[in-house]
Design a protein around this ligand. Sequence first.
Ligand code: ADP
Ligand code: ADP
Length: 235
Amino acid sequence: NALLEVREIGKRYGNVVALREVSTVVKAGEVTCVLGDNGAGKSTLIKILAGVHQHDEGEFLVEGAPVRFASPREALDRGIATVYQDLAVVPLMSVWRNFFLGSEPTVGFGPFRALDRRKGRELTKKALADLGIDLRDVEQPVGTLSGGERQCVAIARAIHFGAKVLILDEPTAALGVKQAGVVLKYVAQARDRGLGVVLITHNPHHAYPVADRFLLLKRGTALGSYEKAEIELPE
Ligand code: ADP
Ligand code: ADP
């Protein structure tokens, strides 16, 4: 019942070994937390899962079948949504237009023509309200939102468009404790709705309350993949 699984995957950039024999699973309704310092291979792992890069060794399975994505679009079409740290949203564009960017209603009609403003605003507000996200003005540019609000909108977007897997790259890195808590609340909601979540972080304390499984990476090598019950964080 794993949504995603990697089995002893390896990845090189020229002579640099970025990942070596790394294995883990991502299950529906669970959060897999990927921990490691700079250079550990966290970004490389999510880039493979998200179709940006391909693995050189091992196996990558989606719902039990081996895959090799040729592009991020292919990963997205399989229900794998990735929220990058810098967020792939256009800062000057309104919240609701960002919400629909790249989604079905706009395909084939030029960027925005297919969805009218009133409907776009309503759908966006509803999708946010469904998660309990209180954002009064969806006409404001995304750039005016706080970092935490942007993460919340991106999470709501993935849920709204039916993602099966949500990959979050350091969602709390730039946030204070309070904002990080709010973002993690929505991560927990995604999990409770049955999504499999991959949470990349170098701060285990932020992630611990929502995590079900930990993958510890150090210089490209997995130090281990643990269920939460096997791990205890030092104070
Ligand atoms: P992390 O996200 O944990 O900081 P990365 O996956 O970015 O780790 O990097 C893992 C290793 O691979 C590092 O040694 C990094 O310098 C190297 N690396 C990452 N991307 C590239 C690239 N495009 N070309 C060459 N080396 C890379
Ligand atoms: P992150 O903190 O998200 O891992 P980095 O600053 O490590 O970002 O890397 C930014 C970009 O540069 C990434 O796309 C990564 O793959 C690439 N990169 C990282 N290390 C190297 C490297 N040694 N040589 C070439 N590209 C690299």
